[in-house]
Ligand binder design. Structure first.
Ligand SMILES: NC(=O)c1ccc[n+]([C@@H]2O[C@H](COP(=O)([O-])OP(=O)(O)OC[C@H]3O[C@@H](n4cnc5c(N)ncnc54)[C@H](O)[C@@H]3O)[C@@H](O)[C@H]2O)c1
Ligand SMILES: [Zn+2]
Length: 365
């Protein structure tokens, strides 16, 4: 005998990204939401004193049940252990499905807290308030949430969309310069794969953009434009391919080589630095395959350098080891390493197999 369980349904996971929001305004808006009985703000030890404490106070002005939890800053907190600790605290504080979880911080907080929200009581509503450039243009959008495992990054996770994303660009004022550059690598990636106009804008405006952190000057309108465009590009991709079965793979440009280089460096290279090197190499691979003009590779490399990002493999790294490591990437299917490559600035093609000799040649250039 057989029974069919019919579960076909239309799921509406739509949500708003509000760019230019102010944290105090966000607290006021959230306080009016009567559907939430409790608020759990979860942040990290760097962001807590900068924004967490004030955000908590602002929400507490009008709501009683507000809790502020913090985890140590850094990727080392993105683990099952920290997730368990947060779950224990949330359950003790009687979090329920009428609670709202607020992820306040960079991508580490967003990924970890989003995953906590996804599994606690089979799903609690959560919102993202990304405070790093990388999280504002990339990780807070798209619903990928995860923790790391000793065998690799983001190996345990889910797709779980936030109810809303609030981006307060003024938080970038306190972002350390290296973290800013990290985010710029992903911004340059968007431009390289999808938007030649954005690419030219980044070329033209580099001194204004790069100097913001050293001089503590933020040009809000330009940053809103920049972040808005990146969010729009990511939105476009995620809407077409929420679960990364096709188109979303173009976001992996620079990441196949990038992940390998990041891991071989023992994570001394930051993600953005590794992806920058990855983009330079993968652009060279595109040229070696006859897809991309040499002058376009040079343009990309020059832009990365303008933003103080590395474009060469550290000399101590062995190129065969890098190639070997690309086979361990979790996105590899049937042992086939597929690359997203460039046709020209602003145009990428996903899922291209690259012969080993071309890889070796491009890596030792
Ligand atoms: N889910 C996705 O789609 C996706 C996409 C890309 C990256 N990620 C993940 O995102 C993480 C990286 O994100 P990240 O670079 O934001 O890392 P992060 O969250 O570790 O933040 C970087 C550092 O900046 C600090 N910081 C954050 N905001 C600050 C501010 N306004 N002022 C001062 N300091 C601030 C943090 O405390 C931390 O020390 C990785 O775990 C990566 O796997 C996820
Ligand atoms: Zn990335």
């Amino acid at each position: 005998m057989k029974l069919q369980i019919n579960l076909k349904r239309i799921i509406d996971n739509s949500y708003i990204i509000s760019i230019g929001a102010k944290l105090t305004g966000v607290a006021k808006e959230l306080a009016t939401r009567n559907e939430f009985s409790k608020y759990f703000i979860i942040t990290d030890s760097n962001v807590k004193p900068l924004y967490g404490d004030n955000f908590y106070k602002a929400l507490r002005l009008s709501r009683n049940k507000v809790y502020l939890l913090s985890v140590p800053a850094g990727e080392k907190s993105k683990t099952r252990k920290t997730k368990e600790q947060l779950e224990n605290k949330l359950l003790k504080l009687k979090a329920d499905r009428n609670s709202l979880i607020i992820a306040l911080g960079g991508g580490m907080v967003g990924d970890l807290v989003g995953f906590v929200a996804a599994t606690l009581l089979r799903g609690i509503p959560f919102i993202q308030i990304p405070t790093s450039l990388l999280s504002q243009v990339d990780s807070s959008i798209g619903g990928k949430v995860a923790v790391d495992h000793p065998l690799g990054k983001n190996l345990i996770g889910a797709f779980y969309q936030p109810k809303k994303v609030y981006i307060d660009i003024t938080t970038l004022k306190t972002l350390p310069r290296r973290e800013f550059r990290n985010g710029m690598a992903e911004v340059i990636k968007y431009a390289a794969i999808l938007d030649s106009k954005l690419f030219s804008y980044l070329e033209k405006s580099h001194s204004m953009i790069i100097n913001h952190s050293s001089q503590n000057i933020l040009h809000p309108s330009s940053f809103i434009h920049l972040i808005h465009r990146c969010c729009e590009l990511k939105k476009m991709i995620v809407e077409k391919d929420e679960r990364e079965t096709g188109l979303r793979q173009i976001l992996n440009f620079g990441h196949t080589i990038g992940h390998a280089v990041e891991s071989l460096s023992g994570y001394k290279l930051s993600h953005g630095e590794a992806v920058s090197i990855g983009m330079a190499i993968e652009a060279n691979i595109s040229t070696a395959l006859g897809m991309l003009k040499q002058s376009e590779v040079e343009r990309l490399i020059q832009l990365l350098r303008l933003y103080e990002l590395p474009t060469e493999i550290p000399s101590r790294m062995n190129s065969n080891k890098i190639i070997e490591l690309t086979y361990h990437d979790k996105k590899i299917q049937k042992g086939n390493v597929r690359y997203t490559l460039l046709e020209k600035i602003g145009n990428a093609v996903p899922r291209i197999s690259v012969p080993k000799n071309i890889l070796q040649r491009s890596l030792s250039k």
